[in-house]
Design a protein around this ligand. Structure first.
Ligand SMILES: [Zn+2]
Length: 382
C-alpha cells in the first residue's frame, strides 16, 4: 500500500483521513471473514459471471416470420390429451412456429397413432417422420423390407425419414460387424425415399471433440464432465463416421438428405460449404448448434447468405424460451448475450442481423420446398 508523500499532501487533515481510511481497511481485512471460502475453492464449472457490458439489448420472443421447426421430438404425442396438445400449440403460436416436425414418428401402428392424434387436435401443425427398425438387419432382404415399410408409412402420412445416430455407432450385425452408414444393404431405403419425394434427416456421430482426449484443451470438456457417457472411443473415428455419412449422400443424388446439426461442422463452415457445393442434394439444419453460429456472426452470416437455400431452422429439444436465443441471433445485431446451455457454449452470442429474404428461407421457404404436404396458407408471407 502506498500512502501520500508529504510533498503531495494538500493538507494535513486530508492526509490523516487517508491514513485512517487505509488503517480501517487493513483492520477490516483482518476482522472480516476471509473472502467467501468458495471464491477460491469454487469449481470451474460453477463459474458463471454476469456480464457487465452495457449495450443495446433486443429480446425476441416471436420470430419475425412464421417458421417450421424441422428438428423436434415428440415421442409421446399420441398419449397427450387434447388439452396438452392445445397448450403446446399455444406455445407454438406465441413464438410464430407454424409447423413442428416430429422426427420421432416411429413406424407402423405407432406412427399412425401419432399422425391420428395431431390430425385430430391440431391439423396441419405437426408432421411426423418415420424411423427404421433395424431389428431384422441380418435378414438377406432387410433393405427391401425396410423400404417397403417406409413406403407404407408414407402412405399412412409420414412426410420424411429420420435416421438416428445409432446407425454408424450402435447397430451391429449378429457377427459383431458394425453397420456402416453407407452399407449397400441399406441402399433400397434411400432409393425409396428419393422415389417417394421425402427428405431423409440423418444424424451421424456427435461433436468431434467427443473423440478427442478430455483434457484442458478440449472445447467440450464441460459437456463430457456433465455427460461422461458421451466420451467416444477413438475407433471408429469421427472422420470415419462422417465420411460414411458423406459417401451415402453423394451416392444417392436423387434423394434429399438433411445432415443434422450442421453436420457437426458448425465450427468449420468452410468445410461444410464445400460439402454443400459438392452435393446439391445435401441440406442441413440448426438443431442444438446455434451456439456455433452465435460465436462467429460475420462468417455465419456470409455462410447463411451463400447457402440460404440449403439450411433449415431446427431446434431439437422442446423448451419454448430457448427458441428466443435463435431468433435473437438470426434477427438482431445484439452483442455478447448468453446462450441457454453452458455445456454447448460457455461463450456468449452475437446477432447476425440476417436480411428478410434469408430469414424467410431458413424459417419456412426451404421447408416448403423439401417437405411434402405443408400447408402454404400457414405462411402468408410466401
Ligand atoms: Zn434430435
Amino acid at each position: 500500500m502506498t500512502l501520500p508523500t508529504p510533498s503531495l499532501r494538500p493538507s494535513r487533515k486530508i492526509s490523516v483521513f487517508v491514513f485512517a481510511a487505509a488503517f480501517a481497511s487493513i483492520a477490516l481485512a483482518v476482522t472480516a471473514p476471509v473472502p467467501p471460502a468458495q471464491a477460491q475453492e469454487m469449481q470451474w464449472e460453477d463459474y458463471a459471471p454476469r456480464s457487465t457490458l452495457v449495450v443495446e439489448e433486443h429480446e425476441v420472443t416471436r420470430a419475425k416470420f412464421p417458421f417450421v421447426d424441422a428438428h423436434a421430438h415428440q415421442w409421446g404425442i399420441a398419449e397427450m390429451s387434447a388439452e396438452e396438445i392445445a397448450a403446446m400449440v399455444a406455445d407454438m403460436d406465441a413464438m410464430n412456429m407454424a409447423v413442428m416436425v416430429n422426427l420421432s414418428g416411429g413406424s407402423g401402428e405407432e406412427l399412425q397413432a401419432k399422425i391420428a392424434a395431431t390430425d385430430m387436435h391440431a391439423p396441419g401443425r405437426f408432421v411426423h417422420y418415420a424411423n427404421i427398425d433395424f431389428e431384422t438387419l441380418d435378414d438377406p432382404d432387410f433393405g427391401e423390407k425396410a423400404a417397403a415399410q417406409l413406403e407404407e408409412d408414407v402412405r399412412q402420412g409420414a412426410k420424411g425419414l429420420k435416421i438416428y445416430k445409432s446407425l454408424g455407432m450402435y447397430i451391429f450385425y449378429e457377427d459383431g460387424t458394425r453397420l456402416k452408414t453407407d452399407d449397400p444393404k441399406l441402399d433400397p431405403i434411400w432409393q425409396k425415399a428419393g422415389e417417394l419425394g421425402i427428405p431423409v434427416l440423418i444424424h451421424t456421430a456427435d461433436p468431434a471433440p467427443f473423440w478427442e482426449p478430455q483434457d484442458r484443451f478440449n472445447e467440450r470438456w464441460f459437456e463430457l464432465k456433465e455427460r461422461p457417457r458421451r466420451k467416444r472411443d477413438p475407433v471408429p473415428s469421427w472422420e470415419t463416421l462422417m465420411t460414411e455419412h458423406w459417401n451415402l449422400i453423394a451416392r444417392h443424388s436423387n434423394t434429399i438428405f438433411l445432415s443434422a446439426h450442421l453436420g457437426w461442422l458448425g465450427n468449420d463452415l468452410g468445410r461444410l460449404g464445400s460439402l454443400l457445393d459438392k452435393m446439391p442434394n445435401m441440406y442441413t439444419e440448426l438443431g442444438a448448434v446455434i451456439g456455433e453460429l452465435g460465436r462467429q456472426p460475420h462468417t455465419a452470416k456470409a455462410f447463411l447468405t451463400k447457402y440460404q437455400d440449403r439450411v433449415l431452422m431446427g431446434k431439437d429439444s422442446w423448451e419454448p424460451s430457448e427458441y428466443y436465443v435463435y431468433f435473437r441471433i438470426f434477427e438482431t445485431a445484439d452483442e455478447y448475450f448468453p446462450y441457454y446451455r453452458k455445456r454447448h457454449a460457455f461463450w456468449s452470442m452475437y446477432g447476425m442481423d440476417l436480411p428478410d429474404e434469408v430469414l424467410r428461407k431458413i424459417y419456412y421457404k426451404n421447408a416448403l420446398e423439401i417437405i411434402p404436404g405443408l400447408d402454404p396458407a400457414l405462411f402468408p408471407d410466401s
